[in-house]
Design a binder for this molecule. Structure first.
Ligand SMILES: *[C@@H]1O[C@H](CO)[C@@H](O)[C@H](O)[C@H]1NC(C)=O
Ligand SMILES: *[C@@H]1O[C@H](CO)[C@@H](O)[C@H](O)[C@H]1NC(C)=O
Ligand SMILES: *[C@@H]1O[C@H](CO)[C@@H](O)[C@H](O)[C@H]1NC(C)=O
Length: 627
């Protein structure tokens, strides 16, 4: 493909060798997760109402564009276009756009120059003579060398939300089945409102090969799962969906204009960017996908088979021809119907670590709780995090720390908001506390008059602990005004302290051990006592806090409570606190809800506990061994 002059050949060879080196790291997927029962669009917000009941067939503006990126390899291009022309397009109109990059103007001898000019001319003559019967053929011949990044990025600006682009580098060859497959994916996962997701940015036809968060290690797939979602972009046969691509282009503009680089710690692609800079485009796209929490659809056809293959021909990316990476499939390759697709809710989703992500876990009502609790618990323990009264960035920062510490058994509970639902879309389990409280009242689990939405925090916490006790889970409850420095915090407390409940003296840390004695006390009656106490608690609000209210009620019932002093193991941020950058001795960092979030952020930055970058996504992708 398109790329740098010969003297910069080495870095590209390094990239090639990354593809070639296989580290056999066996991936074990996480504890089996109880699948959520699919009901009407349980997991995903529809793309937009305009798409209701539309399909390519009855959407007049449905358009499929093939964007071929070519440079100076006539034989490759010829094979590529031939395979595209041999595909089955079902009688649909499909347009072909060919982008031919120019050779770079370097100080060549006149012989070499004449040869290059002649090659270019032959290339254009071939493309001009190439018969394309399925739609328009448009040729874009560059006046200068733009390179791979601009070839990709400038290939497309979608003219509607019904326009799809298939970007094909010239050393690819596609299966004759590719279009029928892609169309089936679009019908099933884009136009079907009850089986679509705004998180999907496209479809990759290549065989998935590596895990970018794990040094580019080879990806190991179980057989028997035909389709799955994975965050990584595939450059050997990528179909792009219009909306995410537009968002990407705008995001890229913003980063370029502001001098922001696509650095994402922990990703092998960041190393590529550092070596190759603007000659490649994938680090930018990958950074955008990490920021936006989007996913790509992949096939797992087994036996190293795929719907598109790269011949990895000699050229700029490869010093000599490496040959195809996979085998192309055709109609005869399958003893099942590849075009019959499962509902989206049956597919698995994977992040840049190839760790399973479960999007769409939202607790809105009492009946949603069981499956979500079971899916998040680890070692029979659940961590409930209230984000009432905190900002989005503080919550995001907390979630980056959970990723760093490999804490997976959390549920975020907060007020009804787009932010909360966006967290769920990205795979964080959430509780919509306002909806859940309404549902608790509708089901007469809790009785009190008036709309006390400010009590949602307390009442939902009390209810969640009750449910955890019913499932025999230990529960930790915290507010989002703290960060853990390491993840041994919980274990130590549970091991050291013998009483059934642990409560923080000055924060909302609260632990309830699963035991039959507490289960007997924490009943619906108890829940209503909490509600009554919360309603009656006098202002100011500090007397309305959860730990204050429930510990009083528990003590009245003779439950033993161990009080812990946060100042003995935590570092408190306050206006005049002296920042200690050595956090080793501390287990947590915490702050009062009253202090300004700017101050919190500044101090966390000084401590090295601010894990967000400029666009409020985590600075790093952190993969763990057995996750
Ligand atoms: C190109 O090469 C010629 C002869 O080697 C030299 O005189 C000329 O300055 C070079 N031009 C550039 C732009 O490097
Ligand atoms: C849309 O998806 C749902 C859920 O997977 C499925 O039951 C339904 O048949 C699909 N509708 C169409 C028109 O394919
Ligand atoms: C738990 O016990 C260990 C050993 O007795 C002690 O070093 C540690 O500080 C205790 N942790 C807490 C949080 O009390």
């Amino acid at each position: 493909m398109v790329g740098p002059p010969k003297k910069h050949f080495l870095p590209l060879l390094l990239l090639v060798s990354l593809f070639a080196i296989f580290f056999f790291s066996h991936y074990h997927s996480s504890v089996p997760i109880t699948p959520l029962i699919p009901n009407v669009n349980p997991n995903f917000i529809p793309i937009n109402d305009l798409n209701k009941n539309l399909s390519p067939q009855n959407t007049p503006t449905f358009t499929f564009l093939i964007k071929v990126l070519a440079f100076n390899r006539l034989d490759s291009l010829s094979r590529c276009l031939q395979s595209l022309a041999n595909a089955n397009y079902d009688g649909d109109i499909v347009h072909l756009h060919v982008y031919i990059d120019h050779f770079p103007f370097v100080n060549d001898s006149s012989n070499v120059l004449d040869q290059k000019l002649e090659d270019s001319q032959r290339m254009l003559e071939f493309v001009d003579g190439f018969l394309w019967n399925f739609g328009n053929k448009v040729v874009h011949y560059r006046t200068g060398n733009v390179g791979l990044q601009a070839q990709w990025l400038e290939a497309w600006w979608p003219s509607s939300n019904d326009e799809f682009a298939f970007v094909v580098e010239d050393d690819l060859e596609v299966s004759p089945l590719f279009y029928k497959f892609v169309k089936a994916v679009i019908v099933n996962y884009y136009y079907n409102v009850s089986s679509s997701s705004p998180s999907i940015y496209g479809v990759s036809l290549q065989r998935p090969r590596f895990v970018p968060g794990k040094h580019g290690n080879k990806l190991h797939l179980d057989t028997g799962r035909e389709l799955f979602l994975y965050q990584l972009v595939g450059t050997w046969g990528q179909i792009l969906f219009p909306k995410p691509w537009k968002e990407f282009r705008l995001w890229y503009d913003k980063c370029k204009a502001k001098g922001i680089k696509p650095f994402l710690d922990g990703m092998v692609t960041t190393g590529w960017y550092k070596r190759m800079g603007e000659r490649i485009w994938t680090p930018w796209f990958i950074k955008f996908i990490h920021y936006s929490g989007y996913f790509n659809i992949y096939t797992n056809l087994g036996h190293e088979r795929a719907l598109s293959v790269s011949h990895r021909d000699a050229g700029v990316n490869y010093g000599k021809t490496v040959g195809p990476d996979s085998q192309l499939v055709d109609e005869s390759s399958f003893d099942y119907n590849l075009l019959e697709m499962q509902p989206l809710s049956n597919l698995k989703w994977y992040d840049f670590c190839f760790r399973e992500v479960v999007p769409g876990r939202v607790v809105r009502g009492v009946d949603d709780l069981g499956s979500v609790l079971q899916s998040v618990q680890k070692l029979q323990t659940v961590l409930l995090v209230s984000i009432f009264g905190t900002s989005e960035t503080i919550t995001r920062n907390l979630l980056c720390h959970f990723e760093r510490l490999n804490i997976q058994n959390y549920i975020i509970m907060g007020p009804h908001s787009d932010f909360l639902y966006d967290l769920a879309r990205r795979g964080h389990p959430v509780i919509d506390a306002n909806n859940l409280l309404d549902n608790m009242r509708a089901q007469k689990l809790i009785r009190f008059q008036g709309s006390k939405s400010e009590l949602a925090d307390i009442l939902v916490k009390a209810y969640m602990i009750k449910k955890c006790l019913e499932y025999e889970y230990n529960s930790w409850t915290i507010d989002a005004n703290m960060l853990f420095v390491s993840n041994d915090f919980f274990h130590e407390f549970i091991i050291n302290k013998s009483k059934e409940c642990i409560a923080g003296k000055s924060s909302e840390i609260f632990f309830v051990r699963s035991s039959s004695s507490v289960r007997k006390i924490w009943t619906d009656v108890f829940l209503n006592k909490v509600a009554t106490a919360a309603v009656q608690a006098p202002l100011p609000t500090e007397n309305k806090n959860f730990v204050f209210l429930v510990t009083k009620l528990l003590e009245q019932n003779g439950v033993g409570i161990t009080w812990v002093d946060e100042t003995s193991f935590g570092m408190k941020i306050s206006i005049n606190s002296v920042i200690q950058s050595i956090l080793g001795a501390w287990k947590i960092v915490y702050w009062s809800m009253e202090i300004g979030l700017d101050l919190v952020q500044r101090q966390l930055e000084e401590m090295g506990m601010w894990a967000l970058d400029g666009d409020s996504s985590c600075k790093a992708v952190i993969c763990h061994q057995s996750s």
